[in-house]
Design a protein around this ligand. Structure first.
Ligand code: BG6
Length: 489
């Protein structure tokens, strides 16, 4: 990739919003603390509300302080960070609003416009930026999900942005790609010689991807009720994880090398049809229950009325290509599950023949590679091993993990658990698009998701209830048991 100039200003649209306050400002602060922001780099927040720069800085200080944990804010770093911060109260969908921003941006040459806004106004904001002369080839535009609710609406949004910006200037965020262990998946697969020869249907039996959350939807329902787990989690984060597991080795880390391989996987996903939707998918919605020892209301109660929205989805996904033919990928995600866990498990096949006698043979388990992304960042390879000691009737076998715990292996400043947005913002500043999602990826993913949603609708598949604190409706167990496999709980 040709060297890109470093960005010199970031403008956060939706600067008073939840995402900016919880994630984006703390990420920028931590980048500053670690010396990643150049001296003249500026941060301008914009939203409709009128507010003084001082009041805004105080608001950001609270937000960042809340994230600082036990160490709190470092006053020296804060003083430097605060001096970078500015606020402009403006309506960014109008040329006048964009003109006000232009004044605040001043002579900066490589601006980042980060749209933490409702995607329905991306097009208008881009048009206003163009009208104010702020859409130059140097400009970088960052788009948050959800980019649409289906293929048709995502094309409208992408199309409106493309009227103003070239694809090379667009950075579509999927914050899962900024997570340390997700990038570690690339290191594990492509920086080791061990796995790649085994990474196929000759040796792998199936793959499980779980994204379990204990939190409910709470007051996010006005957004969530329109989307549900399929559109909120599977379309983006889970399909991205699946792509990184399933893609062919790219020739290098250039943005298009990696993204070309991911798109090929998305194109190979077997469409879900009305005929097989009952067999390969489960929809659920939580009812009242107990999570982590505390009682939790059902989704319909939070929503204030009955709803057909899924808060849990399990899917069997088949990838129709040479590498993965016959290897199902089982995906499940849900809110109000018993624990927070994001995990990828690669289940290898059993040994083709056992040389052991009956007792040891019964102990034999197939190898499994378990990649934990959250809450802990661990990689474990389960290996068979001789159980120590003497036993009548010959040796016994036991499965033990070869374990890579990132927390134990690394200490010092680099080991700090980072917000996924830190990596991604740093990459936008550097102009590196490898960890961002290309338009065709988003659209292929929607195309496949639309197939699932259409099949649900055509076959009248409503979400099945599951008690908060359980692992989803019983159908989720049946889904995987039909192929004589089981979830790792
Ligand atoms: C977001 C979804 O994209 O990801 C949320 O909109 C979800 O519903 C969140 O809770 C999960 O992210 P993380 O990083 O907490 O696993």
């Amino acid at each position: 990739m040709a060297e890109q100039p470093l960005a010199d200003v970031i403008v956060l649209f939706g600067g008073t919003g939840d995402l900016a306050q919880r994630m984006l400002f703390p990420s920028l602060y931590f980048l500053d603390a670690d010396g990643f922001l150049a001296d003249g780099f500026r941060i301008i927040a914009t939203a409709r509300a009128e507010m003084s720069r001082e009041a805004f800085r105080a608001q950001v200080k609270d937000a960042v302080g809340g994230r600082g944990g036990a160490s709190g804010l470092d006053e020296k770093v804060w003083a430097r960070f605060e001096a970078r911060l500015d606020y402009v109260g403006a309506d960014a969908t109008t040329p006048e609003g964009a003109a006000e921003l232009k004044v605040a941006i001043g002579p900066a040459k490589t601006p980042i416009f980060y749209l933490a806004l409702s995607p329905s106004i991306y097009g208008r904001v881009c048009a206003a930026l163009a009208a104010a002369g702020l859409a130059t080839p140097q400009t970088r535009i960052v788009l948050e999900k959800p980019i649409g609710r289906d293929l048709a609406s995502s094309k409208v949004i992408n199309g409106a942005v493309a009227q103003v910006f070239a694809e090379e200037s667009i950075f579509r965020i999927d914050h899962y790609l900024g997570k340390e262990t997700v990038q570690n998946l690339l290191a594990l697969r492509f920086a080791n010689v061990l796995f790649e020869p085994l990474w196929n249907n000759l040796t792998i039996d199936h793959v499980q991807i779980t994204v379990a959350e204990t939190e409910g939807v709470g007051d996010r329902w006005p957004y969530y009720d329109e989307y549900g787990a399929l559109r909120d989690m599977v379309q983006n984060h889970m399909l991205q994880l699946l792509c990184l597991v399933a893609m062919e080795p790219p020739s290098d880390m250039e943005p298009d090398s990696v993204r070309d391989e991911k798109v090929k996987v998305l194109r190979s996903l077997r469409p879900v049809t009305r005929a097989d939707v009952q067999a390969v998918s489960v929809r659920g919605q939580y009812t009242a229950g107990v999570v982590s020892g505390e009682s939790a209301a059902g989704y319909a109660t939070e929503r204030g009325q009955p709803s057909e929205t899924d808060t849990f989805v399990a899917l069997r996904v088949d990838i129709d290509n040479w590498r993965w033919a016959g290897v199902p990928f089982f995906l499940r995600t849900g809110k109000r599950l018993p624990e927070r866990r994001t995990q990828i498990a690669i289940q290898f096949k059993a040994v083709p023949h056992s040389i052991f006698d009956a007792a040891a043979k019964a102990d034999l388990q197939a190898n499994r590679l378990v990649i934990d992304l959250q809450p802990d960042e661990d990689i474990e390879l389960l290996m068979m091993n001789k159980a120590p000691g003497l036993s009548e009737g010959g040796m016994r076998l036991q499965s033990l993990p070869l374990s890579l715990s990132l927390a134990k292996a690394y200490s010092g400043p680099n080991a700090r658990r980072r917000i996924a947005y830190e990596r991604l913002i740093l990459d936008v500043i550097a102009g590196n698009r490898t960890l961002f999602v290309r338009r065709d990826e988003v659209e292929r993913a929607w195309e496949w998701i639309d197939g699932v949603a259409d099949a649900w609708r055509e076959s009248g598949m409503a979400p099945k209830p599951y008690a908060a604190g359980s692992w989803g409706p019983s159908g989720a167990f049946a889904l995987i048991e039909r192929s004589e496999r089981a979830w790792y709980d």
